[in-house]
Design a protein around this ligand. Structure first.
Ligand code: F6R
Length: 609
């Protein structure tokens, strides 16, 4: 949510910052801007509403600077327009700040600054930081920034430059990620690694309340209380090709097609088919506790990751026999969750930066829980703050709508369910069967992806639909929710997901000849009941799209359209059934001319509560 890039070094900062912003555009695209020190050692600021291409048009070829900061915005305070775009400056236009996060006490600070004669120009919370730095400036930018940050309350990742000290960038963090990197006299900072890839092989994520001075002498990191910090740089784990589209028209489509490979990456080195077991080094310090003591598990997450949690609930209860509850992370700390010594709390997150999930994690830790992560982004805040956990290794997910990370999360949850199950009630044969079938999934997904033409044609029939209903039972219920979420977020078509049997308790009133109903109706123990639900929709002239098991000819008699998924065992079904739903949302978004990778009002990692 909001992207920040900063550069100081030998090269022209301006194209470099624009390139970095483009790689971060998925984090927010309401406006973009840069600030740099120009040839006359003055501060220059350019900012524009909308996408980075609007900003790019304002950049003249002869503009040069070797120091600058840049920002792509996801608006929280103040509407998206040129004025509210970052960077924000002080009264004299000598200090510029870019910020990711929310300053919670900005109103009080604003009043204080106005009383002191500061001229506030924007509706944003961020602008007060620039004025506070100005107010505290006594010839030392670092010190003034420190003093300003001691006054603000809330979350921030910031970068500051000033014409008063033109060879310096100050970077600081509290709650919003900032990575820094260096290479041969060039220094970079960004709100995530994708802006830095290709510039340096390693990076350091600033910790909360750390502040860094980048200058031609190097990096100097301290805490806000001025205690020196020795940064431990870590290797960047992915390369440039992973954050490019690789011939696909959209990142989302590329990421859908990456799912077979993602599954292999998630399970690599972790499965022991012969013994029907899994190895999870990330949980090994807690193995005995999981084996003997844990008697209840809570999963907490947001959005798509919450849907993956619902699947985790089903898998763990079925395979390990441990009761599981699933909570929206945004609700978790606003009630009084009951946690005791034998409760394990798991958070699922792609980005590892979601503010609501982080707040839930911290609440669970405060209550004494051991907290574990199922996380994609290595080194992210949540990955660091959990006691232990597993990475899902889906690789960078750039499309704002989560696809491959969801699949990887389900696989991660399955590995955990097997791990717990094999320590408890799950037999070796059953474990082995699951793993053998798991290994077939990548090829089965490849087969399913070949059906893309058919799914595209089905989607074509519903170009003008204003609503969709998604229904499924058991493990296909979270998939119905996920299908509806994908449809809403990228094609802006209203969609709802329900357990199929719930339909008759209300949603059935919506059904008429204009209502497409997607049934996730694979052959399982409740298949017949789902067929009854389909009949109920047909009786009311609804249009039925069924996601069914290969070979199920009967379903053709009741459904208007059928997409077949290959046969697999029950616990693996959701990994196949979600794929046609991802594709259908994708094609409808394309038909409707929507920006698939950057849907309106959304951002990739939601770092505000
Ligand atoms: C939907 C989507 C969001 C995220 C949610 C949690 O496609 O991407 O619903 O799943 O914001 O994000 P993470 O997983 O990064 O915590």
């Amino acid at each position: 949510m909001c992207g920040i890039v900063a550069y100081l070094g030998e090269n022209n900062a301006i194209p470099l910052l624009i390139d970095g912003l483009k790689r971060l555009e998925y984090r927010g695209y309401d406006s973009a801007g840069i600030a740099f020190i120009d040839k006359d050692k003055k501060l220059a600021t350019i900012k524009r509403k909308g996408k980075i291409k609007n900003l790019e048009k304002e950049i003249k070829e002869d503009m040069f600077s070797n120091i600058g900061i840049a920002h792509t915005r996801w608006a929280t305070h103040g509407e998206p327009n040129d004025v509210n775009a970052h960077p924000h400056t002080d009264c004299k236009g000598e200090i510029a700040v870019v910020h990711n996060g929310i300053i919670e006490n900005f109103r009080a600070i604003k009043d204080f600054l106005i009383k002191k004669g500061h001229k506030i120009k924007t509706d944003t919370d961020t602008e007060v930081i620039a004025h506070l730095i100005e107010d505290n400036y006594r010839g030392d930018l670092l010190n003034a920034t420190r003093m300003a940050l001691n006054i603000v309350e809330g979350t921030y990742g910031i970068a500051v430059i000033s014409s008063k000290e033109p060879d310096k960038i100050i970077i600081a963090r509290n709650g919003s990620p900032i990575a820094i990197a260096q290479n041969d006299g060039n220094y970079y900072a960004a709100s995530d690694a994708s802006a830095i890839i290709g510039k340096s092989e390693s990076l350091y994520y600033l910790k909360d309340k750390e502040i860094c001075v980048m200058s031609r002498e190097g990096l100097n990191i301290t805490t806000l209380d001025n205690i020196p910090v020795t940064p431990e740089f870590q290797k960047i784990e992915f390369d440039l090709s992973q954050i490019e589209k690789g011939g696909f028209p959209h990142f989302m489509l590329k990421e859908i097609y990456e799912q077979p490979e993602v599954i292999m990456n998630t399970i690599r080195g972790r499965i022991d088919v012969e013994n029907g077991d899994v190895r999870l080094n990330g949980l090994k310090d807690y193995k005995e506790w999981f084996g003997k003591d844990v008697n209840r598990i809570i999963f907490t997450a947001c959005g798509t990751s919450w849907h993956a949690s619902l699947i985790a609930e089903y898998l763990i209860e079925k395979l390990a026999g441990i009761p599981v509850e699933v909570e929206y992370a945004s609700e978790f700390r606003y009630r009084n969750p009951i946690i005791d010594r034998n409760t394990a709390v798991f958070v699922i997150t792609q980005s590892g930066e979601t503010a609501d999930t982080l707040a839930a994690l911290r609440e669970a830790k405060k209550k004494g829980a051991n907290v574990f992560g199922i996380c994609n982004v290595v080194g992210s805040t949540i990955a660091r703050e959990t006691d232990a956990g597993i990475y899902v290794h889906a690789g960078p997910e750039i499309g704002v709508a989560s696809t491959k990370a969801f699949t990887a999360q389900i696989i991660g949850a399955l590995l955990i369910a097997l791990y717990l199950g094999r320590m408890r009630k799950l037999g070796y044969e059953e474990g082995k069967t699951i793993l053998e079938n798991l290994l077939k999934l990548p090829e089965q997904i490849q087969t399913l992806l070949k059906e893309h033409d058919k799914i595209e044609k089905i989607a074509d029939n519903f170009r003008n639909s204003k609503n969709f209903l998604y229904l499924g039972r058991g493990l296909n219920f979270p998939i119905a929710l996920e299908g509806a979420l994908k449809m809403k977020e990228i094609s802006y078509i209203h969609a709802e997901g329900y357990p199929a049997a719930e339909m008759k308790h209300g949603p059935i009133a919506l059904i008429d000849e204009n209502m497409p109903v997607v049934f996730v109706a694979t052959k399982d123990s409740i298949y017949d009941k789902v067929i009854n639900n389909i009949e109920e929709v047909k009786a009311r002239r609804g249009k039925v799209i069924a996601i069914a098991t290969e070979g199920d000819e009967d379903i053709r008699k009741v459904a208007d359209f059928v997409v077949y998924v290959p046969k697999t065992i029950d616990v693996l079904v959701p990994i196949l059934t979600v794929i046609p739903l991802q594709l259908m949302a994708y094609y409808l978004a394309v038909y409707n001319g929507c920006n698939v990778d950057q849907p309106r009002n959304l951002a990739k990692s939601v770092t505000v509560e």
